[in-house]
Write a protein that binds this ligand. Structure first.
Ligand code: BDP
Length: 678
């Protein structure tokens, strides 16, 4: 039988008949009717999702009711609403849920069991409902449910680098989802599906516009348009954020200056923020890129980042608005090693930010490379909460052509031990606020969504959006668990398909590292668009925009010496991490060429010389993509033809690209290797 074609629009919210007979009958027995309490817009969303999902999963109609009866039912309502219905959950079960946490519980009744989905807010019910559907989609046993889950990080955002003209910086899936020309009058139904998808993985914020901002996004016209989006997103628990331009007071307000210390500038921001909150009462706040890559900022006036942040934070504070101040800065006047700059700029400012400010730090000290060690700012600031910024869109990882699952990369970063307060001081614990006992916390993912029918360009890039949301909610989840959930919801529950796709996903990032930037190499992509290899590039206006700056290949060896004999970037890490990175013999080989200039003839742990190992890695990377293609080919009869063919074409291109990377890099680096070292 030919499998029905799919275009990927449904994402992981794809409800198909449960094909495991035991589970199928278990679910049918457990859910005879559904009661969703309340009439709010969020309750309506919950109802409509269950109306869509349950009949499809259970292959029969499921009655909705407003009151209890003799039939087993799924009941969704807040703790208070359930109590009013005579279905109380015990206080200790719901006490620690917090505002957004949910509880899903099988509760025995006189005649039958209830399945209760509850929490303290409507958003909690929404998250609980989506989680329950995930249990069915992934065919879990639901006979004795007792699961509670609360987000570990409070503000979980997607950041769209979308321009007002509809283009997307580093977007590889079509145009922007936001149709500014049509707003506020026309509401594209897709806005609802976007918000549904975000809510289904626990995201609660979206920053609409590019960090390389335009002043216009804060104009009244555009705020009215943004408010229309906020109205759509609100019942999905999704709050709106914007990226302001620091010089907006001049560009929009016709002031003579944007100096953060000028009272007229402060007044302009206060008024602008007041206007935003009049239009969007639950506005989340600002995410700003200042004094970075040509963006205006406080340094233009000799003021610090703290002074700049204070200006905006003071305006947001009365409304509970948050300021995400980005630390992606690299003034080379500070240090000739770009990796050291942000630390040098921000460490002296620790303790000088208002309580509604988070300094937003990319996972690594350079720029969303295929792999970086964690950013040394994690662990360096004790009085300033840090938001972690990850890039979901694969700017440096093959964009929407390469299948690269990023769950493993993010897990590695979150699990990294900064040793800031002894061992166990992981990046995750700094970000979630538990290490320093902050009550604000945030994680931001640069979105990979666009107007493409399948949202992300590559069907498998959807897994990265999914994984980001799941990790943002609970960073203790493992990349493998998340991958399996996503596969079951998006492709199939057939164990063979699940196994094969898991291999594909989990080994895709290591493979990409091998064929692009093994052993700690970084930033050797083609200039500008960052797609494809160009280790020879040496024509940029700034030294640290050249690729040769990063790999430093010469006849002696390869790699950037950031050790104590080089740029001393290692000194920005705490002991014992610092000593480990510093010592060529102890440095994890995955970061070898990040921290050291390594002689070509040096033997690595497996006995191969650096040059031999480099060649081996490039070959292994390509070999894995060949395997990916083969695995995918063998699944041809298990996957719908449309999605199968789409992915096949991309895998073909990925394989060509992987070979290209191998050829260019080995030819280039090989020139430096003397014959007796090879
Ligand atoms: C780099 C991108 C650039 C972004 C910048 C940023 O190449 O387009 O504007 O990051 O994060 O990765 O501000």
């Amino acid at each position: 039988m030919r499998i029905r074609d799919e275009d990927g629009y449904e994402l992981w919210l794809r409800y198909r008949v449960v094909d495991n007979p035991d589970r199928f009958s278990q679910y049918r027995t457990a859910i005879d009717q559904v009661i969703v309490l309340g009439n709010s817009p969020t309750a309506e969303i919950i109802r409509s999702e269950l109306r869509r999902a349950l009949p499809a999963l259970l292959d029969r109609s499921v009655p909705f009711s407003t009151h209890t009866s003799e039939q087993p039912a799924l009941v969704v309502g807040t703790v208070q609403q359930l109590a009013a219905l005579g279905l109380s959950v015990q206080r200790e079960q719901s006490r620690d849920l917090g505002e957004e946490g949910f509880l899903i519980r099988t509760q025995p009744g006189d005649h039958h069991n209830w399945i209760l989905i509850t929490g303290h807010s409507e958003a909690a019910l929404l998250y609980g409902m989506f989680h329950f559907l995930r249990l069915l989609q992934t065919q879990q046993d639901i006979r004795a449910l007792d699961r509670s889950s609360s987000p570990r990080i409070r503000r979980r955002l997607l950041a769209h680098w979308d321009n007002l003209d509809g283009s997307i910086e580093r977007g590889y899936a079509g145009r922007s989802l936001w149709k500014w020309d049509e707003l506020p009058h026309t509401i594209d139904p897709r806005y609802h599906d976007y918000a549904r998808a975000c809510a289904s993985i626990g995201l609660n914020g979206t920053c609409l516009n590019n960090v390389n901002a335009q002043a216009k996004s804060l104009s009244t016209d555009y705020l009215i348009k943004a408010a229309a989006l906020a109205d759509v997103f609100r019942p999905y628990g999704l709050r709106l954020y914007l990226s302001p331009l620091f010089s907006a007071p001049m560009q929009l307000g016709n002031l003579k200056t944007s100096d953060p210390r000028d009272p007229s500038v402060a007044a302009w921001w206060r008024e602008k923020v007041a206007e935003i909150y009049r239009l969007i009462p639950d506005f989340g706040g600002f995410q700003i890129k200042a004094n970075s890559e040509g963006q205006p900022g406080p340094r233009d006036y000799g003021a610090s980042h703290a002074a700049g942040a204070d200006l905006l934070a003071a305006a947001l504070e009365p409304y509970g608005g948050l300021l995400l101040w980005r630390a992606f800065v690299y003034e080379t006047t500070l240090d000739t090693d770009r990796a050291k700059c942000a630390y040098q700029e921000f460490v002296p400012l620790d303790g000088r930010f208002r309580t509604n400010v988070l300094v937003q730090v990319k996972n690594g000290p350079i720029d969303f490379q295929p792999r970086e060690p964690f950013h040394p700012l994690f662990g360096a600031l004790e009085q300033t909460p840090l938001a972690l910024e990850l890039q979901i869109t694969q700017e440096y990882l093959g964009q929407s052509i390469h299948l690269v699952y990023l769950g493993g990369m993010w897990q590695e970063i979150l699990d990294s031990d900064t040793h800031a307060k002894g061992s166990g001081s992981t990046v995750a614990r700094i970000v979630d606020g538990t290490l320093h006992d902050y009550n604000t916390s945030s994680i931001v993912g640069v979105a990979n969504t666009g107007s493409d029918r399948n949202w992300c360009g590559h069907h498998f890039a959807q897994a990265n959006w999914y994984a980001f949301g799941r990790l943002a909610w609970d960073h203790t989840l493992r990349a493998e668990t998340i991958a399996e959930e996503w596969i079951r919801a998006t492709w199939s529950n057939d164990p063979r398909v699940v196994d094969h796709l898991k291999t594909l996903l989990l080994d895709s990032w290591p493979a990409c590292l091998n064929y692009m930037t093994p052993l700690g190499l970084h930033h050797i992509m083609q200039e500008g668009h960052h797609y494809g290899p160009d280790p020879a590039f040496n024509a940029a206006p700034r030294e640290d925009w050249n690729n040769v700056y990063y790999h430093r290949a010469d006849t002696k060896g390869l790699g950037f010496d950031r050790s104590s004999t080089g740029s001393q970037a290692v000194s920005q890490y705490h002991s014992p991490q610092r000593e480990q990175f510093d010592d060529l013999a102890a440095c994890p080989e995955k970061f070898l060429l990040w921290f050291h200039h390594v002689p070509w003839e040096r033997r690595l742990h497996n006995g191969r010389t650096l040059w031999e190992e480099l060649q081996q890695r490039y070959h292994e990377g390509v070999a894995f993509v060949e395997k990916m293609r083969e695995v995918w080919r063998r699944l041809q009869t298990d996957i719908d033809p449309q999605r199968h063919e789409h992915v096949t074409q991309r895998l073909n291109q990925q394989l060509e690209n992987a070979r290209w990377w191998r050829e260019v890099c080995l030819n280039y680096f090989g020139q430096f290797v003397r014959r007796e070292d090879s």
